[in-house]
Design a protein around this ligand. Structure first.
Ligand code: GTQ
Length: 347
């Protein structure tokens, strides 16, 4: 450490104050914090218990109508960023409740959204004139700038995990939002139409890619589960990931969404994954099963429908105490597109 005289110190302080008044700041005081040796946001590994969140969400259901709320959601906030609605530095997550008979009115925004269904069967989300029915474990996409409304005509509450790129859009300052001005968008096509057109290893003969998001709005769990089961019967699991697949845009082979990568993995009972780290902080929610994950020094014990987050570059190991299926999402497509993604299997 170099030491300076009290006079020079006072001179510097006065200089820094004048700099601040000119909207300038000395890099030499901030460089080490700006350009770090490795990811250093302070994001915390954390878990939200579904039972606890569900009770609070149902309480919200009794206190706030969907009309007033527009979307009745409890935001999962990482304690490293209080008040910022971030579960990771770039992503937002929330638990949304739609009660029997409710409609969440149609709007659109530049943020992309995914819905991962946790509870309730047969509610719907409407996108692009088509209503997609929602079943537990389904992964459903609301692309950027598409009108979307949600409805529940079943006798039971429906709850899903929302994943949006809100903090990323915030960082880029590219947020736009509009109300449709009517509760529901017109239904133009029957349910299942986009899955038949785009999700059956077929494409309409003259289809040309439009937009950056998969035209398959809904990836039903039943199909995903069946693929994972078959893979499990047919071969050995990957040492770090078990049987892990990524959801694709069938038109391009790329990620299903431009800003959010989505994955599903099967960890057989007793499987202990090898240590792994990657730069994409990742949100996990188990669909089935239970187990625990060691994230750095911390151990989180999870079961179906809990939500937990693994920070960027934290070493993770999963242990499945029963057959477990984990859905996860991260900003990996953005990191890959910008050359920033790194991953490491730790020997
Ligand atoms: O369902 O459109 O969790 O606009 C946050 C913002 C859900 C939605 C959220 C939204 C939505």
């Amino acid at each position: 450490m170099s030491s300076i005289s009290p006079e020079d110190d006072a001179k510097r302080k006065e200089f820094y104050e004048r700099l601040a008044r000119s909207a300038l700041s000395p890099l030499w005081l901030s460089l080490a914090a700006l350009v770090t040796r490795q990811p250093s946001s302070g994001l915390k590994a954390a878990m939200w218990s579904y039972a606890d969140c569900r009770a609070l969400l149902m309480e919200a259901g009794g206190l706030v109508s969907v009309e007033e709320a527009e979307r009745r959601v409890l935001v999962l906030e990482n304690s490293a960023f209080p008040g910022q609605s971030r579960i990771t530095t770039s992503l937002y997550a929330g638990l949304q409740l739609v009660l029997p008979g409710e409609r969440a009115r149609s709007h659109r925004h530049s943020q992309s959204a995914l819905r991962f269904v946790l509870e309730g069967t047969g509610a719907y989300t409407a996108v692009g004139g088509e209503r997609t029915p929602m079943y537990p474990g389904d992964f459903i996409i609301t692309p950027s700038w598409e009108w979307h409304d949600h409805g529940n005509d079943t006798p039971d509450p429906v709850i899903w995990l929302d994943g949006l790129d809100i903090p990323l859009v915030q960082a880029l300052d590219t947020s736009f939002m509009e109300q449709l001005g009517q509760i529901e968008q017109p239904v133009l096509r029957p349910a299942g139409d986009s899955l038949a057109r785009f999700g059956a290893n077929l494409l309409p003969v003259d289809h040309r890619p439009t937009g950056l998001t998969s035209p398959v709005f809904s990836y039903p769990y039943a199909r995903t589960r069946e693929a994972l089961d078959t893979l499990r019967r047919n071969g050995e699991p990957d040492a770090c990931h078990g049987y892990k697949m990524r959801f694709v845009n069938p038109v391009t082979g790329g990620f299903a969404m431009p800003t959010i990568g989505t994955f599903m993995q099967l960890l057989p009972r007793g499987f202990a994954s090898g240590p792994y780290r990657s730069t994409d902080a990742t949100v996990f929610t188990p669909v089935e099963g239970e187990g625990r994950s060691q994230i750095g020094e911390q151990i989180l014990e999870w079961s179906a429908r809990d939500v937990f987050v693994v920070p960027s570059w934290a070493t993770v190991r999963h242990l499945a105490s029963s057959d477990a299926v984990l859905f996860s999402f991260s900003d990996r497509p953005v990191q890959l597109a910008t050359g920033l993604f790194r991953e490491e299997r730790i020997q």
